[in-house]
Design a protein around this ligand. Structure first.
Ligand SMILES: NC(=O)C1=CN([C@@H]2O[C@H](COP(=O)(O)OP(=O)(O)OC[C@H]3O[C@@H](n4cnc5c(N)ncnc54)[C@H](O)[C@@H]3O)[C@@H](O)[C@H]2O)C=CC1
Ligand SMILES: O=C(CO)COP(=O)(O)O
Length: 318
């Protein structure tokens, strides 16, 4: 089977590099100039510096070449996905589309598989998610991810696994995509706690209550509990809330410490906090930490107000 990765950011490039160690892979980027740079230097210096692109990896800006592959990995940011799917709906029809994005579409409240179903006729929608930094995957460090696909996905699991990238499969696409989306919101909260100097105990408490929120909303939306406690939920929450490699964590840390943050950096949790807060309110589900992250990122409240308001909530059973 042939594989193309659509989107040459840090994650798309890392996955393409890892898969190209097994066989030929095409990596598509929008900009001809970026493709030229990558093809010449055999490196994605803008997004994944220091990683050599294997010879088995073809970089192209020609979308038709990329869309001729059977399995297509969608590795663009979540808020760009609907537009991409709409623009190429005809060519994508009937393909296996594996979303690698972590987020909720702000315009529709949908995750990636909902968008694929809405825009592309007859496509097979899958989700690749779980605890993994692009740099770790690209360096060939051991990584375990969740591959979610509603139909029998053993073949796809084998196709996308490598000696260092170990995929566990599930049919719970809802749970897998929600775990990956929601943990970004809570990583911003964890970063804020650390940036504001509130301590490791506060971070552990916040992570635990964040996991309770993740489960509450995801189960209400049809996810299975075991998916939430697996790699795509609990696993990725732990990674992202405890590592400064995470951009979501770093944004939170900047909010907590009052430092600036480069707005060009992809931070999926900001739009997803808004989408999540809306979804939770519509359904009457309590997600106070997500509401605080939304308010903090929209600069409606400050860190001490957010902390006070969480601590002043009525005492309750765990
Ligand atoms: N970087 C990481 O370690 C991981 C990232 N992810 C997820 O992967 C997704 C992409 O993130 P990164 O690659 O890290 O972001 P990035 O900021 O490194 O790159 C984003 C790339 O998407 C491209 N892009 C933007 N709009 C596009 C469009 N309409 N069509 C095609 N390409 C477009 C940009 O040119 C850029 O190259 C996010 O949803 C993120 O949560 C998931 C796991 C790990
Ligand atoms: O999803 C990730 C790790 O699993 C990457 O996290 P960030 O997008 O916060 O960098």
């Amino acid at each position: 089977m042939s594989i193309a990765v659509l989107g040459a950011g840090a994650f798309g490039t890392a996955l393409a590099v890892s898969l190209a160690r097994k066989g030929p892979v095409t990596l598509w980027a929008r900009g001809a100039e970026q493709v030229h740079e990558m093809a010449e230097s055999r490196e994605n210096a803008r997004r994944l510096p220091g990683v050599k692109l294997p010879e088995t990896l073809t970089v192209t800006s020609d979308i038709e070449t990329a869309l001729s592959a059977e399995t297509l990995l969608l590795a663009m940011p979540m808020q760009q996905m609907a537009g991409f799917l709409q623009a190429h709906a005809e060519a994508l029809a009937g393909k296996t589309l594996v979303s690698c994005a972590k987020g909720i579409d702000l315009a529709t409240g949908q995750g990636p598989t909902g968008l694929i179903r809405a825009h592309v006729a007859g496509a097979r929608a899958a989700v690749l998610t779980g605890p993994s930094f692009a740099a770790d995957i690209a360096r060939g460090l051991p990584t375990a991810l969740t591959l979610a696909c509603t139909d029998h996905s053993e073949e796809l699991q084998a196709e996308l696994s490598t000696p260092t990238l170990r995929l566990y499969r599930t049919t719970d696409t809802t749970g897998a995509e929600l775990g990956g989306a929601l943990k970004n919101v809570y990583a911003i909260a964890a970063g804020t706690v650390i940036g504001a100097g509130l301590g490791e105990s506060a971070r552990a408490a916040l992570m635990t209550r964040s996991f309770a929120e993740m489960q509450r909303i995801a189960l209400a939306l049809g996810a299975r509990p075991e998916t939430l406690s697996g790699l795509s939920g609990f696993g990725d929450l732990v990674l992202t809330c405890t590592s400064a490699q995470s951009r979501n964590f770093r944004l939170g840390r900047a909010i907590g410490s009052g430092e600036g943050f480069d707005p060009s950096i992809t931070v999926e949790g900001v739009a997803t906090a808004k989408a999540l807060d809306r979804l939770a309110r519509e359904r009457g589900i309590e997600t106070p930490i997500a509401a605080m992250v939304r308010a903090l990122t929209e600069e409606k409240i400050g860190v001490s107000e957010a902390m006070q308001s969480l601590l002043a909530r009525p005492l309750k059973e765990e």
